[in-house]
Ligand binder design. Structure first.
Ligand SMILES: Nc1ncnc2c1ncn2[C@@H]1O[C@H](COP(=O)(O)OP(=O)(O)OP(=O)(O)O)[C@@H](O)[C@H]1O
Length: 588
């Protein structure tokens, strides 16, 4: 079942919805649940039998001094306790396996869901927060499912059976002992509401801790370089302290519930002792009746206590559901659309674009055309909107106004999968995966052969340094390619793009981290690659784009000039100004 269906909202009352979610999650494992239920029945029955057998034990052994009963009951006790142990083991095992399976399924589905979410989601939510939902929050569901349901069913049933024994022994005593139950329920539900609010805060706090940890690992170099260790430790301690305080608030609320239920239970026991003792003293019941009754009530103590925790645990689970719904109900990127083999004809028609949370437009009325096979460079000062154009082309965002046509089809009608599988994007922000060099290159085209990947690496001028690595193409590179230099990492990402054989190639500041020699080699590779495909090069270093068919000059979200290198130089505008700034004597 799709995750949206499992978490759907149908009822007016939220708690019924949440309960329905638990049911849908468990439903898939009904056979195991049924077996666990059978074990639960057995455990409750055995508990009832233990309480029930106290009367014959008392009356026959201690009053009538029957040695026959002495052997029978001793043997019976061993059998009953062993059976109870076996069924408890099975019950716990089955319920925990259901919980673990549900957690695994949800993690699977959430991961799949995350990959389908639009790019805008990842700009909104911090990665630490997302990780916390998938790892910390989902884990809580395991105990909600395995303990809550187990407690509710097994302990609930045990209470019913023991109550039956208690009623059978002496109905008026039983009624007296149940007088306290409404008070217990009141305490549990009132404090349960508090638990939900406090639990939600705990979720948010642990997400904050996870975010900080994630940022620390991600930015360890900068933290050290800026000697920010102390400050980061303070921040981490603060976040952890807030989380700890909240956990303790949760513990206090839960334990306070226990304290109150214990006091109420104490009052109940005192009433029973008094009235039961009075009945025995006045020969209304035998000691066996009373002790059998008392055993039933005492055996009820643990199940009742566990039942009192069910609500707190359910509320915790509800928080998790609420937080997961914030991911689950985010709309996917569109999956359908025109599937088309592209030639690479790109037209921007009066495109304006504003980022969701931004005040100003990042692009204003941008229009240009790139014919199939042409190489176009986009230049301009920082923040001009160059990368935004690349991101729009890759379908990460859609224009706020205007349209982008690719081979005559609006980008909004094209299948994103079809579009992206014919685009290769090389960005300045290098992304390498924690895998071998060869697999990182093959990420560009998973079905390619080793020889093809090798040819791509040669073209990207990466082959020589890869061969010098300890295991060549099989060398593992860390999460961020720790063994490699910035330029080497970039050459791997370029090989990856080459291997993709895209129709549209986008180089967003891709050669900025390379030295002049490597850059020249890449330029030559690029010359090769450009053939037969539309290429867009975003660059600060103007030397790299001189040979482009067209250069688009941008400033503050608008195109201010476009033409060939020579045309723009003779125009004497921003491009010529930037060119002279970079190549005047004395500039590097
Ligand atoms: N995710 C985002 N949310 C909000 N605003 C954004 C986002 N990304 C970029 N912007 C804004 O959009 C504008 C254009 O950004 P863009 O990254 O396209 O510029 P650029 O020309 O590529 O700059 P640079 O050369 O520095 O990379 C900037 O003002 C930037 O602050």
């Amino acid at each position: 079942m799709e995750i949206e269906k499992q978490f759907k909202i149908k009822f007016k009352k939220q708690w019924i919805d949440d309960l329905a979610v638990f049911w849908r999650l468990i439903k898939e494992h009904r056979l195991r649940l049924l077996l666990a239920l059978v074990c639960g029945f057995a455990i409750s029955g055995i508990n009832g039998a233990i309480a029930w057998s106290v009367k014959p034990a008392m009356d026959q052994i201690f009053v009538k001094k029957s040695s026959e009963y002495l052997y029978l009951i001793t043997f019976g006790v061993v059998i009953l306790f062993t059976l109870r142990g076996v069924f408890t083991f099975l019950n716990n095992y089955l319920m925990n396996s259901i919980g673990a399976k549900i957690v695994k399924n949800i993690r699977d589905m959430i991961y799949e869901k995350l990959l389908k979410l639009p790019f805008s989601f990842f700009c909104r939510d911090s990665s630490g927060n997302v990780i916390s939902r998938v790892l910390n929050d989902v884990d809580l569901l395991k105990s909600t499912v395995s303990n809550t349901i187990k407690d509710f069913i097994v302990e609930g049933l045990t209470v019913v059976v023991l109550a039956g024994v208690a009623f059978y022994r002496r109905w008026d005593l039983a009624i007296l002992s149940f007088v306290v139950i409404p008070f217990m329920i009141y305490v549990m539900t009132e404090l349960g509401k508090n638990m939900k609010n406090i639990g939600m805060k705990t979720r948010l706090r642990i997400a904050k801790v996870t975010t900080l940890l994630h940022e620390t690992l991600h930015g360890i170099k900068i933290i050290k370089a800026f000697t920010m260790e102390k400050d980061m430790i303070e921040r981490y301690k603060k976040a952890l302290g807030e989380h700890y305080r909240n956990i303790m608030r949760e513990v206090r609320t839960e334990e306070f519930t226990n304290l109150l239920t214990e006091v109420i239970a104490g009052v109940g026991v005192a009433m029973i002792l008094f009235y039961g003792g009075w009945l025995v003293v006045h020969d209304k019941i035998s000691s066996g009746d009373f002790f059998s009754f008392a055993t039933a009530v005492i055996l009820m103590y643990t199940p009742l206590k566990r039942l009192s925790r069910v609500n707190a645990s359910f509320q915790r689970g509800r928080n998790v559901i609420e937080r997961l719904r914030e991911i689950i109900f985010v709309e996917h990127e569109p999956e359908k659309g025109v599937e088309k083999e592209l030639k690479g004809h790109i037209v921007f028609k009066n495109v304006s674009f504003k980022y969701p949370l931004a005040k100003d437009y990042a692009l204003k009325n941008v229009s240009f055309e790139i014919k199939p096979g042409e190489t176009v460079a986009i230049v301009g000062p920082s923040g001009a909107g160059k990368s935004t154009i690349a991101d729009l082309l890759a379908g990460f965002w859609y224009p706020t106004e205007g349209d982008i046509l690719i081979d005559g089809v609006s980008i909004q009608e094209l299948s994103l999968y079809s579009l992206r599988s014919q685009i290769a994007l090389v960005t300045q922000d290098i992304v390498l995966f924690n895998d071998s060099v060869i697999n990182n290159i093959k990420f560009g085209n998973i079905s390619s052969s080793f020889e093809e990947a090798l040819a791509a690496a040669k073209l990207a001028d990466a082959h020589d340094f890869i061969m010098k690595l300890p295991q060549g193409y099989d060398s593992l590179i860390g999460e961020k390619g720790i063994l490699l230099s910035g330029g080497q990492k970039q050459r791997i990402t370029i090989a990856r793009a080459i291997l993709r054989e895209p129709k549209i190639l986008i180089f967003d500041e891709a050669t900025a981290s390379l030295d002049t020699e490597s850059e020249e080699k890449i330029q030559r590779a690029l010359e090769q690659m450009r053939k037969g495909r539309t290429t867009i090069v975003i660059a600060h270093r103007l030397s790299t784009i001189k040979r482009a068919d067209k250069i688009i000059v941008m400033d503050k979200g608008q195109i201010i000039e476009q033409g060939t290198h020579e045309e723009l130089l003779s125009l004497g505008g921003l491009y010529s100004e930037l060119w002279h700034l970079q190549f005047s004597p004395g500039s590097s």
